[in-house]
Design a protein around this ligand. Structure first.
Ligand code: GLC
Length: 511
């Protein structure tokens, strides 16, 4: 008889394999990593909430009814299997009315100011309770449960309070940290969205879930870091950065308050950095002709709704491709864009300084959506600068075109656990200009496959970013041979999911 394949459950908030199941990079990882694990001989079950929507997909099948306790009452939830998954991968979504407190399909909720994480912590604490109950009742528990970010952080806590002889208490749980900036912090008690309200019977074990700085708070991420059997973060450099405290004066983002806990776990040999990968299709997609690319922007789903004034500019742009096309794609959040909006001497922002350099020879296309104030700031630049187009929105097809048509991809993140866009731009042969942090430092080699900038303060970093653009444009204009070699070096780099899966199995899954 053939040996049974080992099984892993990947538990997360996002799954890019499900239409509408992705918001950020976590969704990409949860889409791609299971395929690589399956190629390496594992059977993978991916479990995410249905958010009142995903289980309604045609062909979804009820696979398990799960009962447990939440808020001191019995609950019943349902696990649904979605059709179309590849061999050895099962896509499961959990349905319960409390997992859909707002709009169906809404993954993350933005609570009003002063109520951080309220809605989502209610959702994800129940989600953890459902997965925990399932692990207790399932016939054959998986070899390993692989958690992702704070949303799944209460699972090790629930394992810690489970009956010692049960299945849940004995299952291996490992954690991947995708972004420490989001930790899921809530009151310990005295509020409907607090640990004691969710799990009154486990109030006595709260120490496992407390915030290291404040015993009146619970912290999902801290609970996961404390309780996981092994921890990885998504690049080797970020794994080192998170052992140091943040330092606002130098713009450094590190452990975000959890550096002490992380240093302890690192001392036990439990923390590693495993770089994410990206998929490399067999056939190279040819870059689209320039007018087709501009047409995609013009026709993009709702992209121009809020800025109809861009239309005439795009029509003009369609006629002739500028000499330099800068591109950038990402969520519009401080992490990704604050350096662009940092003041530099002689200019309103670093972005303005870049645009001035570009002049009539170039254009900068930035695609993404996110926080309203930052979007407004970018829209304002777009209004005062003809050569900057802020395309508010996101469309996978358009982003692929930008990767293929741009000359230089800008990724000035203040911190970046791994970063995926730079890998996708490189895959398309577009060199990147990146800040020397986290996964960006691990994927781009200055002067070889792209450009890397750094500085001791945010102001200095912003200046270095502007100089980086100057350096890149000069090379591109003055030494086309060297530029072509750089494009080829970028395209030749391989960030392999098979390698990432192998390391995940060796360092996280193996006992
Ligand atoms: C988070 C991080 C990003 C990383 C992604 C996938 O979104 O901010 O750097 O690439 O997770 O791990």
């Amino acid at each position: 008889m053939a040996r049974r394949k080992p099984t892993a459950w990947l538990v997360a908030a996002e799954n890019g394999a499900i239409p509408g199941g992705k918001v950020g990079g976590v969704g990409d990882v949860i889409r791609d990593l299971p395929l690589a694990l399956a190629r390496a001989g594992w059977k993978v079950r991916v479990v995410v909430p249905s958010y009142g929507a995903f289980h309604r997909a045609p062909g979804a099948k009820l696979c398990e009814r799960i009962s447990g306790r939440f808020r001191g009452q019995d609950f019943e939830a349902a696990a649904w299997t979605l059709p179309g998954a590849p061999k050895d991968v099962e896509q499961v979504v959990i349905d319960h009315s409390l997992l859909c407190p707002a709009q169906p399909g809404e993954i993350y909720h933005i609570d009003s100011e002063g109520h951080p994480y309220e809605t989502d912590a209610n959702k994800f604490s129940l989600f953890c309770a459902v997965v925990a109950a399932w692990l207790e009742q399932v016939k054959t528990p998986p070899r390993v449960v692989h958690l992702h970010d704070w949303h799944t952080g209460l699972l090790p806590f629930l394992r810690g309070v489970a009956p010692a002889r049960g299945k849940l208490a004995r299952v291996r749980m490992v954690l991947t940290i995708h972004n420490l900036a989001y930790q899921g912090v809530r009151p310990l008690s005295g509020h409907a969205a607090s640990l004691v309200s969710w799990f009154p019977e486990h109030a006595g074990a709260a120490a496992m879930a407390l915030d290291p700085a404040d015993p009146h708070l619970v912290n999902f991420m801290a609970a996961a870091i404390r309780g996981a059997d092994a921890i990885a973060t998504v690049s080797p450099t970020y794994a080192k950065e998170i052992l140091r405290p943040n330092d606002p004066a130098s713009g450094f983002h590190g452990g975000e308050g959890l550096q002490g806990l992380l240093t302890e776990r690192d001392g036990e040999g439990c923390l590693s950095g495993i770089l994410n990968g990206c998929e490399y299709p067999d056939t190279d997609a040819a870059a689209p002709a320039w007018p087709a690319m501009v047409d995609a922007v013009l026709d993009g789903p709702g992209l121009l709704d809020r800025l109809p004034a861009l239309r005439p500019r795009l029509n003009r742009l369609r006629e002739a491709r500028p000499k330099h096309v800068l591109t950038s794609i990402g969520r519009i959040v401080g992490q990704k864009v604050s350096l662009l909006l940092e003041h530099v001497p002689g200019h309103t922002t670093a972005l303005d300084a870049i645009l001035e350099q570009l002049g009539e020879d170039g254009v900068f296309l930035l695609l993404g959506s996110g926080e309203p104030e930052l979007e407004d700031a970018l829209r304002a630049v777009s209004q005062r600068r003809d050569n900057f187009l802020f395309l508010r929105g996101y469309a996978e097809s358009l982003s692929e075109m930008l990767y293929q048509s741009g000359d230089l991809f800008i990724m000035p993140s203040s911190f970046e656990p791994c970063g995926i866009s730079q890998m996708l731009a490189m895959r398309a042969g577009q060199p990147c200009l990146v800040h020397a942090v986290g996964g960006l430092a691990d994927t781009v080699e200055d002067g070889v496959s792209g450009f890397v900038f750094e500085g001791p303060t945010p102001a200095a970093q912003a200046r270095a970013l502007v100089e980086g653009v100057a350096r890149a444009l000069a090379l591109r204009s003055e030494d086309p041979g060297a530029w072509e070699a750089m494009c080829q070096a970028a395209a030749a780099r391989r960030f392999s999911w098979d390698l990432a899966a192998e390391r995940t199995i060796e360092t996280l899954y193996a006992r």
